[in-house]
Design a protein around this ligand. Sequence first.
Ligand SMILES: [Zn+2]
Ligand SMILES: [Zn+2]
Length: 245
Amino acid sequence: MKNAAELFKALFYPKTCAVCGCIIDEEEELCDYCHETIVRCDPIKRCPRCGTDKRNCQCKKRVFRFDGCIAPFVNTGAARRAMHLFKFRRRLSAENFFARQMALCVRNEYRDISFGGVCFVPMPLKKQLARGYNQSRLLAEKIAEILKLPLCGALYCRRSGKPQHTLSEKERFENVKGLYYAKFPVRGKTLLLVDDIKTTGATLDECAGQLLAAGADSVYCVTALISDRKLKSNNTGKTGGTMLQ
Ligand SMILES: [Zn+2]
Ligand SMILES: [Zn+2]
């Protein structure tokens, strides 16, 4: 039987679904409908290096500087809505949901890797001041806490680039060149690099490159969502809203 404090909380602050906000049981994170409709990444069907569906594996045309990329969800439907709520309205239930699911992914899929720290993709200062937070840092902080790993704020932004979602795949890789630098000591460490969404992998690749140049041993990525939408290699990629990076 619930005690008075639990009863009060359940009555006045009930737990809500991380996607649609409807009231759910204390032990759940999503309502039945969102749970059934959310699209999970199946690790068997994905390339362990680039994280893309094996049929469209990006490693056929480029060598990424990170050694792996995993995510709990595909960037569509319920997961996409939850990301929007977290990224633009800072809904705490969505933040907690993604962090727990990403940590679970790391435990399962990177179980043989011994990480020396957790890094995150930085945000240009101007953008962070306007938004008030960097969503990748929030996720990295919670993941580091769950996995009991140190958080390394090793990466910094030199300047603002053009918004990645307005660019083609080729332009995205050009746009991030020289955008980031690493300065926290990362020498000899195997690092977990956290970001919200992986689309082309251009940002993660550039950040991984900077960490390796600073002496890191290897870099493995985890994102909340992976986009399966194929971008044109030359024309503009601006067709899919504002969340793709
Ligand atoms: Zn729901
Ligand atoms: Zn691949």
